[in-house]
Write a protein that binds this ligand. Structure first.
Ligand SMILES: [Zn+2]
Length: 86
């Protein structure tokens, strides 16, 4: 699978991956091992971010001028979130 310079799940060294959106206050913390088990080690993080924020009201055509601001980041205190289905 071509990576095109993207980070993939197997590049991660932390045990958990945090995701947060400043605009919709979506946040979660995911087990990297569970993500790899579900999605595979080659899953790109850019694709994963899209999938994790799929329900954000700021995504899609109506959010064009005020896009979802979801980013990966450390969230040691975030509650566990369910790993999305592939
Ligand atoms: Zn958002």
């Amino acid at each position: 699978m071509p990576r095109n310079g993207s980070m993939i799940l197997s590049d991660l060294t932390a045990q958990r991956l945090g995701v947060a959106c400043a605009k919709c206050e979506r946040r979660g913390s995911y087990s990297v091992a569970a993500l790899i088990a579900r999605l595979g080690p080659d899953h790109r993080l850019t694709d994963l971010l899209d999938e994790l924020t799929d329900g954000c009201p700021r995504r899609g055509p109506h959010g064009f001028l005020d896009q979802c601001a979801a980013r990966f980041g450390g969230l040691a205190d975030a509650t566990d979130s369910e790993v999305p289905k592939a």
